[in-house]
Design a protein around this ligand. Structure first.
Ligand code: NDP
Length: 445
C-alpha cells in the first residue's frame, strides 16, 4: 500500500492514472499535480464516479445473494453471505479503491514541487509532464529523498536536442541520497529498453544489431494531428537524424533515410530513420553492439503538412515579435492543433512497436523480433485514450510499481535496460501490453 505523485495531467498521465487506480493494491493513494488543476479535478471526478458505480453494482450483487440465501437453511445462509462478501471485496479491489488527491503545481519550480512532496509524502514521483521539467523534478526528489521516474529525456526548451548527459550527471547525488531515478519508462524509450535487456538476458551471447520499429497505423480523421504533445513530437521529427554504428554517431538530414516494412497486424508501411533517446543508452548498455537504428512510420498527409508548416516557419522554436509580444511559432502551432488527449474517441487502427535483434547465441547467428500490437479503440474503451498514450502510460505505471515493491529499487540514476527485465515483461502482459516473439523476422536493409 503506497502513495505516488503524478506530475502532469495530459494524454500519457491520464492513462497512467487509470492504471494506477486499477492497481490499487499497490497504489493506495495518489496525488495528481499539474499546471491546470481543473484537468486533475476532472479525471478525479471521473474515476471517483467509476468507483461509486462499481460499489453500487457490488451492493446489488450482494442484495441478490442475500435474497437467495434467505430461502435456504441458516447454515447455508451464513455461508452464502460470507461468500458474497468475499466476492464483493475482490470485485472492489479489481475496480480500484485508490484515494485521489489533486493540486496545482509549477513543475519548472523545484521548490514548488518539493513543497507538495513534503505535504503528500509519496513513495515515488512520476514526471509525466514534459521533458523540460525533468531536471527541476529530479531536484525536488533530491531535496525530499523520494524516488523519481519519467518517460522522456530532458531537453532545454530553447534547444531542440536531447541527450542524457544532464540527467546522468545526477547519478552520484541520487546514489548518495539512497534514492532511485528511472529514466525514459514509456514505450520508446522504455519498453524498447526492457525488450533489449530481455533479449540480452535470455536469447543472445552478443547482440550486434538492433532496429527499433515504431509503427502507428491509427486514423484520427484529421488532416494533421500528433498523437502526443505536438511541440515535443514536431521537435523530434524535424531534428537531424542519427544512428549509432561502430562506436560513433552517423548523422543524416531529417527524414532522409526511408525504408518499407511489413508490420504484423498492420501491413506494409513507409518508415523513416530518426534520432531517438534510447539509442544513446543502449549503445552503452548492450554488450557487443555494432549498430542501433530507430525508425518511425509516417503517412503522406502528415509529411506533406509538416513540410508546408516547416517551409512557412511554423515549426521554428526561435521567438518572434507579434504585435509587441514574443511568441514561439511552434508553441502557437501547438495551441491550434488538436489536443492529443482528445483523439481517443475518433482514432481507429493499431500501433506496432518493437525491436529486431541480430547477434550470436552459442556460436550461431540468431535473429529475434519482440513487439507489441495495441488497438486504439480497445485502449479508448478501457481508459478513454488512444494507443500512443496507452502504450506510454502503462509502462510508466509498471516502472513505478517495481520501484515501490523493491524489484527496481537501487540508489542511482538508471535507464530501464539496466534493471532486471523479467518482472517488467511479466507485468506488461498482465496490465494490457502483451508481447509477441518472432524467431525468423524480416530484417531491415
Ligand atoms: P501533454 O501535452 O498531453 O501533457 C503534458 C502535461 O504536462 C499537461 O497536463 C501540462 O499542463 C503539464 N505541464 C506542462 N508544463 C508544466 C509545468 N511547468 N508544471 C506542471 N505541469 C505542466 O503531453 P503527453 O501526455 O502527450 O506527453 C507527456 C510526456 O510523455 C512528454 O514528456 C512526452 O515526450 C512523453 N512521451 C513519451 C513517450 C514514450 O514512449 N517514452 C511517448 C509519448 C510521449 P496543461 O494541461 O496546463 O497544459
Amino acid at each position: 500500500m503506497s502513495k505516488a505523485m503524478i506530475i502532469g495531467c495530459g494524454g500519457v498521465a491520464s492513462v497512467a492514472i487509470h492504471k494506477l487506480c486499477q492497481n490499487s493494491g499497490v497504489f493506495s493513494e495518489i496525488m495528481i499535480a499539474s499546471r491546470t488543476k481543473s484537468k486533475c479535478d476532472a479525471i478525479k471526478a471521473k474515476l471517483d464516479a467509476d468507483n461509486r458505480n462499481a460499489d453500487n453494482r457490488n451492493a446489488d450483487n450482494r442484495n441478490a445473494e442475500n435474497h437467495n440465501a434467505d430461502n435456504r437453511n441458516a447454515e447455508n445462509h451464513n455461508a452464502e453471505t460470507r461468500n458474497a462478501e468475499t466476492r464483493s471485496a475482490a470485485e472492489q479491489g479489481k475496480s480500484g479503491k485508490t484515494i485521489i488527491h489533486t493540486a496545482q503545481v509549477d513543475a519548472d519550480n523545484s521548490d514548488d514541487v518539493a513543497g507538495l512532496i513534503n505535504e503528500f509524502n509519496p513513495g515515488v514521483v512520476m514526471n509525466l509532464a514534459l521533458p523540460y521539467q525533468d531536471l527541476s523534478v529530479m531536484d525536488a526528489c533530491l531535496k525530499t529523498g523520494v524516488h523519481y521516474l519519467d518517460t522522456a529525456n530532458y531537453e532545454p526548451p530553447d534547444d531542440a536536442k536531447f541527450e542524457y548527459k544532464l540527467q546522468w550527471a545526477y547519478r552520484e547525488r541520487f546514489r548518495e541520497a539512497g534514492i532511485t531515478a528511472i529514466l525514459g519508462c514509456g514505450f520508446d524509450p522504455g519498453v524498447t529498453g526492457v525488450f533489449s535487456a530481455y533479449a540480452q538476458k535470455h536469447h543472445f551471447d552478443e547482440i550486434h544489431y538492433i532496429d527499433i520499429l515504431d509503427a502507428n497505423a491509427g486514423d484520427h480523421g484529421y488532416p494533421f494531428a500528433t498523437n502526443f504533445n505536438p511541440e515535443i513530437n514536431i521537435r523530434e521529427v524535424t531534428a537531424v537524424g542519427s544512428y549509432w554504428e561502430n562506436g560513433t554517431w552517423v548523422h543524416t538530414k531529417p527524414l532522409e533515410i526511408k525504408r518499407t516494412y511489413n508490420f504484423p497486424q498492420i501491413g506494409v508501411k513507409d518508415m523513416y530513420l530518426l534520432h531517438h533517446e534510447e539509442l544513446e543508452s543502449l549503445a552503452l548498455n548492450i554488450k557487443g553492439i555494432k549498430r542501433i537504428r530507430f525508425f518511425m512510420t509516417f503517412g503522406q498527409s502528415y509529411l506533406t503538412h509538416l513540410k508546408c508548416l516547416e517551409n512557412v516557419g511554423m515549426t521554428s522554436i526561435v521567438p518572434i515579435d507579434y504585435n509587441g509580444t514574443q511568441i514561439v511559432p511552434l508553441r502557437f502551432l501547438k495551441a491550434v492543433l488538436p489536443d492529443p488527449s482528445t483523439l481517443g474517441p475518433r482514432t481507429t487502427g493499431k500501433t506496432n512497436i518493437g525491436c529486431i535483434f541480430e547477434g550470436v547465441k552459442d556460436g550461431k547467428k540468431k535473429k529475434y523480433y519482440l513487439y507489441n500490437v495495441c488497438d486504439h479503440q480497445e485502449s479508448y474503451k478501457e481508459v478513454g485514450s488512444q494507443a500512443v498514450s496507452y502504450t506510454t502510460g502503462v509502462p510508466a505505471m509498471i516502472g513505478a510499481m517495481l520501484i515501490l515493491n523493491g524489484e527496481w529499487r537501487k540508489p542511482g540514476v538508471f535507464n530501464v535496460e539496466e534493471m532486471d527485465p523479467d518482472p517488467f515483461m511479466e507485468a506488461l502482459s498482465k496490465w494490457g501490453l502483451p508481447w509477441t516473439e518472432d524467431f525468423d523476422p524480416q530484417t531491415v536493409e
